[in-house]
Ligand binder design. Structure first.
Ligand code: NAD
Length: 395
């Protein structure tokens, strides 16, 4: 019997090459004083803003240099108040979209990000609908344009945690693969692995439902077909379109099922290192799959078998082949193990303790023990393989 489920979705999704041309009209239909949130290089999106500048009665642009922090959210909300913004446009990667989501929420609810953050904040409920938000991703990775959370780094706690509420799903997601054509190979690789992970974890999660299963299947097939191709040739619009689809459906899946241990670790490790979120997920994915598979019942093994078939496009492979395929993909994309980002084996106890408390860990299909989590962390570090026998512990 199908278990009960809820869905949180944007009011509208516009998908396809060229759709970004509709952004000015979409934004103008929702408000006239616009706060634009974008990434490290605002010049890249400036041509898209020109028609909006003439239509809007006020327009301010805030850019975020890296993954957003609580201070970035405070700064962006201040700017939004200065122009009395009544609509927010996010055009950028997951970092810009998350900052826009946090800002749209703060502008409507008041207060400080720490009032609402989960885990390290006061976890206050979000009671007002955020300002209407239009989100146009320029990376294919996070699916943040359709999810209900915004990830913020809290440097004083050394973690990344979320503001989260179904109200925070953007009003309109405009997913145009042409916006991703300029992504360099390293961004394509890291973001692409994030998208793939966000389809895989909800599919094996203990909260999967028939809707999220369909999205996950679509995304895993698309990533299997096209992640290598988009990395090899960034101008390949067919491959970019597949990755944009994978990212979108991954966001829909994660927002409506749960994630798992990869993301349980990723929030903690992202607070300890400047590594890209997707690169952290990539290094963790195979070790987490292996740990889950070792404890899987027949139904979960069957799900990992599905994952292997969809990723490889080969109907005869099994779960273990799928994990080997993921390891080869990560290596071919040039994504290094976690030790390359300065993470160390002597951090294992603190990493495991914090990761076990992360909200994503609740979706993992198996309740992993601290010992199993420590073994995953050590495997993802890669130190044991590169420098065997140098005090990496017993995992
Ligand atoms: N809210 C969610 O549901 C969710 C889900 C997963 C991840 N995240 C968060 O998203 C963030 C990562 O987002 P991301 O992976 O999209 O990376 P990003 O937004 O940090 O962008 C990575 C780099 O690529 C650049 N860039 C973006 N688009 C480009 C383009 N078209 N051409 C050239 N350069 C481009 C950016 O300026 C930046 O330097 C992390 O903070 C992560 O925690 C959020």
């Amino acid at each position: 019997m199908t278990a009960p489920f809820d869905l949180a979705l944007p009011a509208r999704i516009s998908f396809g090459a060229g759709r970004a041309a509709e952004l000015p009209a979409i934004v103008a239909g929702l408000g006239e004083r616009v706060l634009v949130v974008t990434g490290a290089t605002p010049q890249r999106v400036e041509p898209r803003l020109a028609p909006l500048r003439s239509a809007a009665s006020a327009l301010a642009v805030v850019s975020v240099a890296g993954e957003p922090t609580v201070d970035d959210a405070r700064r962006a909300a201040d700017l939004g108040r200065q122009v009395d913004a009544d609509v927010v446009l996010a055009i950028g990667g997951g970092s810009a979209i998350d900052l826009a989501k946090a800002t749209a929420m703060l502008l409507a609810n008041g207060g400080d990000p720490m009032d609402y953050l989960e885990v390290v904040g006061r976890g206050q409920p979000i009671v007002q609908d955020p300002l209407p938000l239009v989100a146009a991703p320029t990376t294919s990775g996070t699916g943040a344009e359709v999810t209900a959370n915004a990830v913020l780094a809290v440097p004083e706690h050394g973690v990344k945690v979320s503001l989260r509420h179904p109200r925070m799903v953007p009003r309109h997601a405009v997913v145009d693969p042409e916006l991703t054509l300029g992504c360099p190979p390293a961004v394509t690789a890291a973001a692409g692995m994030d998208a793939l992970t966000q389809c895989l974890e909800p599919y094996v999660s203990n909260r999967a439902n028939p809707m999220t299963d369909g999205w996950a299947r679509t995304g895993l097939l698309a990533a299997g077909r096209s992640l290598r191709a988009a990395h090899a040739d960034g101008s390949d619009l067919t491959a970019r379109t597949d990755l944009a689809l994978c990212s979108l459906v991954g966001g829909l899946a994660l927002a409506n099922a749960k994630l798992g241990a990869v993301h349980g670790f990723a929030g903690v490790l992202g607070g300890l290192t400047g590594a890209a979120h997707g690169a952290i997920c990539a290094a963790l994915l195979a070790p987490v799959c292996r740990a889950n598979l070792a404890r899987a019942d027949a139904a979960l093994v069957a799900r990992f078998d599905d994952v292997a078939r969809w990723l490889t496009g080969d109907p005869d492979v099994s779960a273990e082949d799928g994990i080997t395929w993921i390891e080869r993909l990560v290596a071919d994309l040039g994504i290094p193990p976690l030790a390359a980002h300065g993470l160390r084996a002597d951090q294992v106890d603190a990493v495991v303790a914090a990761s076990a408390r992360a909200s994503s860990m609740a979706g993992n299909p198996v309740a992993l023990t601290d010992h199993e989590l420590a073994a995953i962390y050590r495997a993802a570090l890669g130190e044991a393989r590169r420098v065997p026998g140098r005090g990496d512990g017993d995992g």
